[in-house]
Design a protein around this ligand. Structure first.
Ligand code: 5CA
Ligand code: ZN
Length: 409
């Protein structure tokens, strides 16, 4: 699948700091030590509805990861999937009388537009579940040969007990896992499973649903977790630097994915850090496609809101916090964008080297974007109050805000 166009990332003088990120698996902050090419996998959308502010906030957080690494003069190998066949997509297609492939293509196209408008750097590999099927089938077959998978009425399940590290990503107790499994696409109550938590690897063809040739597995379609594992292993290999997504993916999705990959390869861990963004809500509830309480990026753009203001609004809350989207958050960002743009269009200002350093330090410290914004605010306030004689400063501020925060002034 094609991704979307990349915006330029200006090179800044000097070099950024090593990135420290909160890792769900260890529950602490880890300093990542990527090689010359940092490797990151971020779970993509299930394209049955438009991109809402929650999605956008999560992808913006991982865009900052890329930008910090680029500023350390590394390359970034970024992979993202599109879950272009899954229950919710098929259900929405039936409910609205649209062909499921058309629905997926339409919403993926809109997602690309939103990502481009928000200046989120594209993945190097953008891979759909459907196109990954030829790579998924042999992995499921291999898990079965290893005795880590079993059949139940034609469906194939992964046995969570085959991974000694199972539970290590989310660190949850069995009761919570069971509850979340039922809520997030699992089927813990299905009779005949070895462990109620075991997730499906391959679903035998159902009447009226799309299916693909699964070799010795028979016709069917892939389970959700193995989709991301197949794509990540194919393009990044084991031991990549960051597995990312919203906090609702820690369990079961990233837990199961790590187990699949670890059993398949015999290596540990799948990722050096499992990084999760908080949930954005509206009116006291998590914003979600199934609840329908959504504010869409595309809708705001249609209404004439500057995407740079949307991006600044998303950056104004720490990525790990759960927070509420309100009109006030956007109004504040529009005002800030105006102040910043006026400041960088002046001929001079106070020297900005220290500001670049502050923004770098804030982002390297578990992506503290609100602190980075406060540092820029402070420079702007100083320019207002005291002026300054550095004619290079406004340009440097503009380039730093562009390179590190992805906001074009
Ligand atoms: N296709 C799968 C991942 S393989 C999926 O979860 N798709 S999704 O469209 O439901 O979500 C895409 C990303 O947005 C995920 O990382 C998810 O955790 C994140 N996300 C969904 N809702 C919110 C929200 N309200 N706030 C923050 N992030 C969210
Ligand atoms: Zn995923």
């Amino acid at each position: 699948m094609h991704a979307w166009p990349a915006s330029e990332v200006p090179a800044l003088p000097g070099r950024g700091h090593e990135l420290r990120l909160h890792d769900t698996a260890t529950g602490g902050t880890v300093t990542l030590d990527p090689g010359p090419v940092a490797r990151i996998y971020v779970c993509g959308i299930t394209p049955y509805d438009a991109t809402h502010m929650g999605h956008a906030a999560t992808y913006t957080a991982f865009d900052l990861v890329q930008r910090v690494w680029l500023d350390t003069k590394r390359q970034v190998h970024y992979v993202q999937n599109v879950t272009d066949v899954d229950d919710p997509l098929l259900e929405r297609a039936v409910a609205t009388g649209v062909d499921w492939t058309e629905l997926a293509e339409r919403e993926t196209a809109l997602f690309r537009e939103d990502m481009t408008a928000l200046r989120l750097l594209p993945p190097r590999h953008y891979i759909g579940a459907v196109e990954a099927i030829p790579g998924i089938v042999p992995l499921v077959e291999r898990l079965r040969e290893q005795g880590a998978a079993y059949e139940l009425d034609g469906d194939v399940y992964f046995s969570v007990e085959s991974d000694p590290h199972f539970g290590g990503v989310s660190g949850l107790d069995a009761a919570t896992m069971r509850h979340l499994s039922a809520e997030r696409g699992g089927d813990p109550d299905r009779p005949g499973k070895k462990n109620p938590l075991d997730p499906m690897l391959w679903m035998a063809a159902r009447d009226g649903e799309p299916s693909w040739d699964g070799g010795s597995l028979g016709r069917g379609r892939p389970g959700w977790h193995i989709e991301c594992v197949a794509i990540a292993l194919d393009h990044l290999g084991m031991g990549f630097d960051v597995q990312g997504g919203g906090s609702d993916l820690a369990f079961p999705h990233h837990e199961m994915g790590a187990s699949h990959a670890q059993v398949l390869t015999g290596e540990f861990p799948m990722a050096k850090a499992y990084v999760h963004a908080g949930m954005v809500g509206l009116d006291g509830e998590k914003m979600s496609k199934s609840k329908g309480n959504l504010v869409f990026v595309s809708r705001l753009r249609q209404d004439g809101v500057d995407p740079a203001a949307i991006r600044l609004a998303l950056l104004s809350r720490h990525y790990r916090a759960d927070w509420e989207w309100t009109d006030g958050v956007l109004d504040e960002a529009v005002a800030r964008l105006g102040r910043w743009r006026a400041a960088v269009s002046r001929p001079d200002g106070p020297s900005a080297e220290e500001l670049v350093e502050q923004v770098r330090a804030a982002l390297a410290d578990d992506l503290n974007a609100p602190a980075a914004l406060a540092a820029v605010d402070a420079w702007v306030a100083r320019q207002d109050a005291e002026g300054g004689t550095d004619t290079g400063a406004p340009g440097l501020v503009s380039r730093a805000v562009d390179a590190l925060l992805g906001v074009a002034l």
